[in-house]
Every structure is written in C-alpha cells, then in structure tokens.
Design a protein around this ligand. Structure first.
Ligand code: CAA
Length: 283
C-alpha cells in the first residue's frame, strides 16, 4: 500500500513533532486539534522550530516553506477522509482514544491504517473500537520527535502483515530506525526505561546522592544525553507515573511500583518541565 497523505490527531508536543517529521519527509499532512487555539499553538510551534533550523543554516528557507505548505490544520475530523494513514497522538485516556478510533473508522477510507502513538495503553483495546482491528498498529515516537532516531512499531494479535509492512516502510521513509514490540504494557522502551527512572528517584528519596550527582553520574559515567531525573522531568512526571502504573497493573511486578516521592510530586502538580517544576525548576 502506498501512503501519500497522513493524518495526525492531536497537535501537542508529540503530535506536532509527528506532523513536522512527516511533512519534512514529503507527506501531505492533516493535523487536527480539539479547538482552534490549540491548533494554532501547535502549528506555531512547528513554524518556530523550522524558522530556527533555517536560521542555523540546517534547512533551506524554500524547504521550510514547502514543509509548512504540506500541513493542513483542522478542527474537523472529517478532513481525515482522504488519509492513507492516521496517527493518533491525543492524551492518554482509553475512553477518548476508543472514541477517536471509532470516529476514524467511519471517516477514513477502507484501506487506511489507523495508528496510535500511545506509550503504554493496550492497542488491541483501542483497535476493538473499530471494524478494522487488523489495520490498527502502534507507532510509538520519542520526544523530541524530529530529533529522536527511532519508531517503536507495536503489533497486536490482530495486526496483519500488510499493515506491519506498510508501517515499517513508512517509518523508514521518515529516516527513523525501527524496533518491533508486542502489544504488552510498556512495549519495549518503556518496559526498560521505567524501572531505571524509578531506581533513580528512589536513590534521591533515600538520600544516597543529590539530584545533580545522580544525573551527572549517568550523564558522564554512562554517556547518556540526560541524567534520569532530568529525563523524567522532560518526559513529564505524571506520564512517568502513569506508564509505571499501567505496567504494574498488568504484571504486578514490584519494579514498576512508583516511588513515594514521585507520587507526592505528581499530587503537588509538579509535572516536570511542562509545569515549571519537577526535580529541577524551569521558571
Ligand atoms: N524539538 C525539536 N528539536 C529539538 C528539541 C525539540 N523539542 N529540543 C532540542 N532540539 C534540537 C536542537 O534544536 C538541537 O539541534 P541542532 O543540534 O541542530 O542545533 C538538538 O536538538 C540538540 O539540542 P540542544 O543542543 O539544545 O541540547 P542537547 O544536545 O542536550 O539535546 C535532546 C537535547 C535532543 C533533547 C537530548 O538531551 C536528548 O536526546 N535527550 C534524551 C531525550 C529522550 O530520551 N527522549 C525520549 C523520552 S521517552 C519518550 O519520549 C517516550 C515515552 O513514551 C515516555
């Protein structure tokens, strides 16, 4: 199947990154948001990054303009009617995702693939809201999407070979590497990431070292781009908690029990970078 036109549901941090990446790779993109304000905010963010890339000499002005011209913003889901692939990047709420997929199933052409960027929710459950579960797949991108070099492709028990092949070809066309994972909570990356982040938070909670030293130990000792506490702030502490809880619910594995400190911070509204306060201050 030839993918020419891509839809993206949600133009927040992840959605906007996916929109930009697809448009930069030559796809016509329909980007939707629930209202005009959020849509304009998402599109303005993409323009800002492209302008910066032009300023830095990383991109020609004509390429940035052509990228923007390939993006059509909308608040009307019916505009997905001509898409070959729609990637949902809405908030992590199962009832909402099921509603979006039920709507997409009615609106999109019969051949279209419906993908979710969920980081931990059950993809087969999302697919159950459609009459085409064999064409539903996880396409899990990483933040910042235009920079991160990987897409995790998640196959459910119902996803067919054709959908997998088209998803692989599409992800590679975005200049990303791919990994394939089963539709089990946490898939591959978050299954490995969450215990690591929880250990770092527990280490801070137990007073073993300062936040700066925990981060420096990993950043400089293991050559990671960010230490674990900075990374947790970057992902969002609410998200880090949510993913761990989703995995724990399924496996009851104690490595995914959230540290008390993390729960207390989330209760306090300290979500990390996006709220201005997490393990560090961002104001
Ligand atoms: N959007 C687009 N581009 C961005 C960006 C953003 N939000 N943030 C940074 N960049 C670009 C910068 O413009 C810069 O580009 P140039 O080199 O061309 O100038 C480049 O990234 C490097 O940025 P900086 O020099 O400002 O800073 P840095 O070298 O520290 O890199 C980083 C920033 C790329 C975010 C790097 O710190 C990093 O890779 N961190 C780890 C990120 C990570 O692990 N992400 C995955 C999180 S998990 C997830 O997303 C999934 C989930 O389910 C939880």
């Amino acid at each position: 199947m030839q993918i020419k036109k891509v839809g993206v549901v949600g133009c927040g941090q992840m959605g906007a990154g996916i929109v930009q990446t697809c448009a930069q790779s030559g796809y016509e993109v329909v980007a939707s948001e629930i209202n005009e304000d959020l849509l304009q905010k998402g599109l303005a963010g993409i323009k800002k990054i492209l302008d910066k890339n032009v300023e830095k000499g990383k991109m020609a002005k004509a390429d940035a303009d052509a990228t923007l011209a390939r993006i059509k913003g909308t608040t009307n889901m019916n505009d997905f009617s001509g898409c070959d692939l729609v990637i949902e990047a809405a908030v992590e709420k199962m009832p909402l995702k099921k509603q979006i997929f039920a709507d997409l199933d009615k609106i999109c052409p019969k051949h279209a693939i419906l993908a979710t960027n969920t980081s931990c929710l059950s993809i087969i459950e999302i697919a159950s809201a459609t009459k085409r579960p064999s064409q539903v797949v996880g396409l899990h991108f990483f933040n910042p999407v235009p920079i991160m070099k990987i897409v995790e492709i998640v196959r459910t028990i119902a996803t067919n070979d054709e959908t997998m092949e088209a998803s692989k070809k599409f992800s590679l066309s975005l200049n990303k590497e791919i990994v394939i994972a089963k539709d089990t909570p946490g898939f591959l990356v978050n299954l490995l990431l969450i215990p690591y982040l929880y250990q770092a938070i527990t280490t801070l909670q137990n007073g073993v070292a300062s936040r700066e030293d925990i981060d420096a130990a990993i950043r400089l000792g293991l050559n990671h781009p960010m230490g674990p506490l900075t990374l947790a702030d970057f992902i969002g502490l609410d998200t880090v908690l949510f993913i761990g809880q989703a995995i724990y619910e399924e496996w009851k594995d104690p490595r995914y029990v959230p540290p008390t400190l993390l729960k207390q911070m989330v209760i306090s509204g300290w979500y990390g970078k996006k709220s201005g306060k997490g393990f560090y201050d961002y104001k």
